[in-house]
Write a protein that binds this ligand. Structure first.
Ligand SMILES: Nc1ncnc2c1ncn2[C@@H]1O[C@H](COP(=O)(O)OP(=O)(O)OP(=O)(O)O)[C@@H](O)[C@H]1O
Length: 465
């Protein structure tokens, strides 16, 4: 008993929430950090852990969640799982680390559980940056995010357009020891080759015509923090070797300078392309690929986590119309549940935004959703993209450098021109309707000389949604 008292006193000294419980899930002790975080108004000692954390009436593994106690009883070792916990602020993703404490005979009677809020999913004042979802596919992805965040390893985010790669990159940065330093986003697809090097690595005064002053590069601006290379598959071949040097040795040269400079950045990159295929085709350096993808994370498309649509819809409605208390009629939600969403969460957000425009009251009705989906079809009939050669975002997307055959190019131009004429919303909405990313749309408009006709101002860069 003496040792149990000592253990409780020790847990009390820890800043993170900890509880001690027996093999029957009964909580024997909880430190102040745990009480404050999870049960400020009630006693937890004597209750079962699953009642406190999940409001379940049975252990988590009998309610469809993983149970660290069951895992530890089986393995006899420390177990880590990701759980959605009830807190006074609502549900919150937490990392659970459960350590069994064997007695003198090696029997497991007592367990210590440490509960650490996941920085990436913690409810924040900046609700727009919060990742929403609780499907198994989403939780698997989030568990990898939680693993990767505190480390230094380069992370490669792989997923279709609109699946939340940029949100995840921010979550990784915020969950890392670099969170107080800058997160610098480099949109590799919108930087023409000529600009890429001077933007990323900086340039000296007089390095080229127009270089009237010395400019620091994005890698320098990110010193101590995280460099997020979005659409990394679009990095020109000539720049790939310079990026590799940065990753391998932390060194780079400004354009127009021979001086080797040093920076300390963690690299997170993202792409919707199939980099392995690009590598096989000789369009992406193998050594760079392995450097970037120390820890790959796949972001599931929305069609593989349809069960998240209700939760996402609720959160997105709050984001797009914070001043209204909009809800979805059950049939309106049903309609969304069967839509394929090639544009993923971004498309869902756009459809909701559009549907809300049709809704006078507080409840979005099925006809409002129909109207929003039909508007999408008018701008880009379901078959349009394929029939008229708009390449969807996907691993198979050909590089922009590879010219399309003339006939297809013509058809693509015509499709885009017509879509632009029929569409009166934002460029983001048009992209979602065409089933391509906003950046891809931007590139295609640029390539076809249609930028001036596009929604938004002529030379607008893709919006960050
Ligand atoms: N899990 C999620 N929870 C809440 N919002 C999300 C989630 N995933 C994506 N979003 C929202 O969807 C939109 C698109 O997300 P984001 O820009 O991160 O996607 P992306 O994968 O980087 O797309 P692209 O490849 O086209 O750049 C944003 O408005 C973002 O806030």
């Amino acid at each position: 008993m003496q040792s149990l008292h000592e253990l409780i006193a020790f847990l009390e000294s820890l800043p993170e929430p900890h509880i001690l419980f027996d093999r029957h899930y009964r909580i024997l002790a909880a430190n102040t950090a745990y009480r404050l975080a999870f049960s400020p108004n009630g006693e937890v000692v004597g209750r079962r852990c699953y009642e406190v954390s999940h409001r379940f009436d049975r252990p988590c593994d009998q309610a469809g969640e993983s149970c660290p106690l069951a895992l530890s009883l089986r393995s006899g070792a420390r177990e880590r799982v990701l759980h959605l916990h009830h807190t006074p602020k609502g549900e919150e993703y937490v990392n659970i680390e459960l350590t069994p404490l064997p007695d003198a005979h090696g029997k497991l009677h007592v367990f210590v559980e440490k509960v650490a809020a996941l920085p990436s999913a913690r409810p924040r004042s900046d609700e727009a940056a919060m990742l929403v979802g609780r499907s198994p596919a989403f939780q698997r992805m989030l568990a990898r995010v939680a693993r990767a965040a505190p480390a230094q390893a380069s992370v490669l985010l792989l997923g279709e357009s609109g699946t939340g790669k940029e949100l995840v990159a921010r979550a990784i940065h915020e969950g890392s020891p670099r969170a107080s330093r800058p997160l610098v986003v480099v949109d590799c697809s919108s930087l023409p080759e000529s600009l890429f090097e001077s933007e990323v690595f900086g340039h000296e005064k007089g390095a080229f015509t127009g270089a009237t002053h010395t400019k620091i590069g994005l890698v320098e601006a990110a010193h101590g923090g995280t460099l997020f290379l979005d659409e990394v598959g679009d990095i020109p071949m000539t720049m790939q070797v310079k990026l590799l040097r940065l990753l391998e040795s932390g060194t780079y040269r400004r354009v127009g300078s021979t001086e080797l400079r040093r920076t300390d950045v963690r690299v997170v990159s993202a792409t919707h392309r199939d980099l392995e295929a690009m590598m096989r085709q000789g369009r992406f350096r193998e050594d760079l690929y392995y450097r970037l993808s120390t820890f790959p994370i796949h972001l599931p498309p929305l069609r593989e986590r349809r069960e998240d649509i209700p939760l996402l819809a609720e959160a997105l409605l709050r984001r797009v119309w914070p001043q209204r208390r909009l809800t979805l009629h059950p049939q309106a939600l049903q309609r969304l549940m069967v839509h394929p969403f090639p544009g993923n969460v971004r498309e869902l957000r756009n459809v909701l935004e559009h549907a809300a425009l049709w809704c006078d009251g507080d409840e979005i009705l099925p006809e409002h959703v129909e109207e929003a989906l039909a508007a999408g079809r008018r701008a880009a009939p379901a078959s349009t993209a394929a029939a008229l050669a708009i390449e969807p975002d996907g691993p198979q997307e050909p590089p922009d450098e590879a010219p399309l055959p003339t006939a297809r190019r013509e058809r693509e131009r015509e499709t885009l021109r017509r879509a632009l004429q029929a569409h009166h919303g934002s460029r983001a909405a048009l992209a979602a309707r065409l089933g391509i990313s906003e950046r891809t749309l931007y590139r295609k408009l640029k390539a076809h000389g249609l930028l001036d006709d596009g929604p938004g101002s002529p030379d607008r860069q893709p919006d960050r949604a």
